[in-house]
Design a protein around this ligand. Structure first.
Ligand code: TEU
Length: 571
């Protein structure tokens, strides 16, 4: 067959610019801050940098609400600075991927301003405008065109008083959904993407791209969804997740934007709710849609019946069953992306590991070893390589994220106990991932000379890049070795995957094989010592990488220490 794609042995590093590094003292990270820390990324060895949105934006959802796709927000810098950054990244042999947020724009985008100006506007149809529910008065309770609940609480419909019509927003009221049914919308998006590729960017991470096709039937009618317990709203996801034209739109995008370019590009579609069967279609190279998708199954396993703010403990057997199924499902065609963290998820060491002083380093490196030894392209989220933890938020004033603030307001108004709601936010609120990167033990962790927009985690005195780089057994150096291993051992990138002992609740074991090279990955995902005999034929084999400096010769005792992870190799 064809040679494997370049990104099969690549590692991607995600930067959330607002929280990465501040170069001008305004307390908000910026492009100058990214430029100043490229050495750190080069030392880590990553191949690609994905930048969360830096476009002009009112920052209602920290840049995921864009008012100009072809300019840089002054908070982050200028287009000239962006070009400088792109050149610097390329000069170091790395690539730069942009966030593409085209399910919605900001309500301050000129397209929406024009669309809203009148029902007769030529851009009216660029968004989803609908009259009140039949027989109801605009603005009356329940008059929204459908019962859908927004991801950020409340209705997905906002009334425009002037016209008496509602517009659709799956996310905040300041993020109106674009109408992809309209070919002019699609052409405008493709032209914008081409403009960035011509500028030299190396691809896109596509925000909620499986939501762009809504199931609107021939008459344009949108349907109610099943009720969501404890709210007046319904779940509309059946009408907008992987809707009827999603494959057509992505194939068209590929044709119009990517097919005629021969540069080495990468596309990853963020797809909440995507199934492995759908992902086979999205990532089959023969269909020419996207290179890989971000799926959400494994980051939903610790959500209770009440959703993401209703935590329940993770069962390791569930995690293995889920990730194992994705490995199997995308083995013949397609490709996996691999991630524990991003700017929307709580920190993995606090979530699936143990962030106490005793176990933090071991559990962070254990989880990293597992993820990076799966087949797929790993994504490292800023600070993950330092073992950064969730934040000690106390009151609601400590939070900044619109999702958390809206959830608190709605839940408390509906009668929930404020302390219980806060406990949920502390557990899985997105701000856990958005506290400033901890560069040093000094003031504000070296993030800014000003006042940070969100509090720095006080544990920066211990958890920081300066300390991690100086300590050979740190989380940082372990990530560095994992990245290097993917570059040097072809079996890590391309070997097949076999899960062993799927029913064990503490150990995670699998093999990888490529021709005559075989790896055994063995990890104790718990804080207790466990018995773990090496499978037949593995005693005395070479240990490629391990996370415990104090590990005895492999297999000698048949024991794994708390959070111990090892990779054996044989030929
Ligand atoms: O997130 C999509 C998404 O569905 C969730 O992960 C989201 O973060 C939320 O927590 C659902 O409960 C993407 C971006 O990654 C996110 O930052 C944006 O807020 C969102 O889209 C809207 O653009």
């Amino acid at each position: 067959g064809d040679a494997p794609a370049w990104w099969t042995d690549a590692v991607v590093y995600q930067i959330y610019p607002r929280s990465f590094a501040d170069s001008d003292g305004d307390g908000i990270g910026d492009l100058g801050g990214v430029l100043a820390h490229l050495d750190h990324l080069q030392d880590l060895g990553v191949d690609v940098i994905w930048l969360s949105p830096i476009y002009r934006s009112p920052q209602d959802d920290n840049g995921y609400d864009i008012s100009d796709y072809q300019d840089i927000d002054p908070t982050f810098g200028t287009l000239e600075q962006f070009d400088e950054l792109l050149a610097a990244v390329h000069a170091r042999g790395m690539k730069l991927v942009m966030d593409l947020v085209v399910n919605h724009t900001s309500d301050e985008h000129p397209w929406f301003v024009e669309s809203r100006s009148s029902p007769d506007s030529p851009k009216r149809d660029w968004y989803w405008w609908r009259k009140p529910r039949r027989g109801m008065e605009a603005g009356a309770p329940g008059a929204e065109p459908t019962n859908w609940q927004s991801f950020f609480s409340g209705s997905t419909w906002e009334l425009d008083e002037a016209s008496g019509e509602y517009y659709l927003h799956l996310f905040s009221t300041k993020q109106p959904d674009l109408n992809w049914e309209n070919p002019q919308v699609r052409a405008a998006v493709y032209a914008m993407m081409g403009w960035w590729l011509d500028r030299g960017v190396d691809g896109f991470r596509m925000d909620v791209i499986n939501m762009i096709s809504k199931d609107a039937g021939p008459d344009g009618h949108l349907h109610d969804g099943p009720p969501v317990d404890g709210t007046p709203w319904g779940d509309g996801s059946a009408s907008y997740l992987c809707g009827p034209r999603i494959h057509e739109f992505l194939q068209e995008m590929h044709r119009e934007v990517f097919a005629h370019r021969d540069a080495e590009l990468i596309t990853v579609g963020e797809m909440p709710g995507v199934t492995v069967e759908q992902a086979q279609l999205f990532t089959d190279p023969a269909r020419a849609e996207v290179d890989m998708v971000f799926q959400f199954e494994h980051v939903g396993l610790d959500h209770g019946p009440g959703g993401k703010f209703d935590p329940r403990p993770l069962r390791l057997t569930d995690l293995k069953a889920s990730l194992g199924r994705w490995q199997e499902g995308l083995e013949e065609v397609g490709w996996n992306s691999l991630y524990w963290n991003n700017h929307d998820q709580p920190r993995v060491v606090s979530r699936f590991g143990n962030d106490s002083p005793e176990h933090r380093v071991a559990s962070a490196t254990c989880l990293a070893t597992l993820l990076h030894l799966h087949r797929g392209t790993p994504y490292v989220y800023q600070g993950e390589e330092l073992g950064m933890t969730n934040a000690p938020f106390e009151t609601i004033e400590d939070f900044r994220d619109i999702e958390s603030l809206n959830h608190y307001r709605h839940a408390v108004a509906a009668g929930a106990d404020p302390e219980t709601v806060l406990a949920g936010l502390r557990w899985s609120g997105r701000d856990n991932a958005r506290t400033p990167v901890q560069w040093s033990p000094g003031e504000n962790a070296g993030f800014t000379t000003g006042t940070p927009w969100i509090a720095v985690n006080p544990n920066h005195e211990v958890v920081n890049a300066e300390a991690a780089r100086a300590e050979p057994h740190s989380v940082f150096h372990h990530y560095r070795r994992l990245v290097e291993l993917r570059h040097t051992e072809p079996v890590v990138a391309l070997g097949d995957f076999t899960m062993l002992v799927p029913h064990h609740e503490q150990i995670y074991v699998f093999t990888r094989r490529l021709e005559d090279v075989e790896l055994l990955v063995l990890a104790n995902v718990s804080g207790e010592q466990v018995r773990a005999e090496l499978p037949d034929g593995w005693a005395g084999t070479e240990v490629l990488i391990g996370n415990r400096a104090d590990a005895v010769a492999p297999g000698e005792e048949g024991l794994l220490r708390p959070w111990e992870a090892r990779v054996h190799r044989r030929t």
